[in-house]
Design a protein around this ligand. Structure first.
Ligand SMILES: COc1ccc2nc(C(=O)O)sc2c1
Length: 257
């Protein structure tokens, strides 16, 4: 998978050189290119923002640098070039983090993990001039996405979160592929369920023992206990998810929890 990121703070993405994602880059599973938006400015101050039309607080990111950046990274022509890694006709999916976007979910992460090329645009200030999104939609798929009901200072942290959520789903990135299937919200048995508690050695820690069932070796009982604990935690922290389960994910034994 190729990932391009456009930002005025490239240094945020040094984090992509470490841990699992850093290894994925070194082994070629991930091809990440970080671009400084100011490289597409032409004034002495490398200006990327200006006052909002209609008034209001703060500044808005100018369309020109963004337009030139997207044109360079994903040229409107279909001719293969270095910027597209020689891909003729390929276009990326443009993903723009914004508080006004659609929710980013595990399902969306899985869909993005199936894409060959993602292009992330990191907004700052009050956001990017809306005409940039409108123009980009004429030649590539564009998603405006939010991490949740809160507001960050810009899109960089949101992009780091999304790249980690997507990158760990790529085959070969996680050492144990089963870790993905046991995720909270993972499709299948865990869909709409939060993960339950986990334990490791020592067997007793500060007078707190590991639950006996986990030491029993009875895999069926262990699976049942884990599902019960996941249901219990979901009911406590995310009762809203149980509605989905009630539509078909629960069986009679679940209702007894
Ligand atoms: C100006 O760019 C921003 C500002 C806040 C913000 N908050 C996000 C979130 O997902 O919470 S994405 C995002 C982008």
């Amino acid at each position: 998978m190729r990932i391009d990121i456009v930002t005025i703070f490239p240094e945020y993405f040094a984090a992509l050189d470490i841990s699992l994602l850093g290894k994925a880059r070194r082994t070629g599973l991930l091809d990440v290119h970080v671009h400084d938006l100011r490289d597409w400015t032409h004034d002495r101050h490398r200006t990327v923002d200006d006052t909002p039309y209609g008034g209001g607080p703060g500044m808005v990111m100018k369309p020109d640098p963004w337009g030139e950046a997207l044109d360079t990274i994903a040229p409107p022509s279909t001719a293969p070039c270095a910027a597209t890694g020689g891909r003729s006709g390929a276009v990326p999916r443009l993903i723009i983090p914004t508080p006004s976007g659609r929710p980013f979910t595990q399902e969306l992460a899985a869909r993005y993990a199936a894409e060959p090329w993602l292009l992330f645009a990191c907004g700052r200030y009050e956001g990017i001039d809306s005409r940039v999104v409108d123009e980009a939609r004429t030649r590539m798929p564009v998603d405006e996405v939010s991490l949740g009901d809160f507001v960050l200072a810009g899109g960089e942290v949101a992009v780091l979160v999304m790249i980690e959520a997507v990158g760990r789903l790529l085959p070969g990135v996680l050492g144990n592929a089963d870790s993905v299937s046991d995720d909270s919200f993972a499709p299948g048995a865990m869909e709409s369920l939060l993960e339950g508690p986990v334990y490791t050695k020592p067997q007793v820690w500060r007078e707190r023992p590991v639950p006996d069932v986990l030491l029993s070796g009875h895999h069926g009982e262990i699976a049942r206990w884990r599902r019960d604990e996941a249901l219990r935690r979901t009911a406590k922290h995310r009762p809203d998810l149980l509605v989905h389960l009630a539509r078909g994910g629960l069986d009679d034994r679940d209702r007894a929890v």
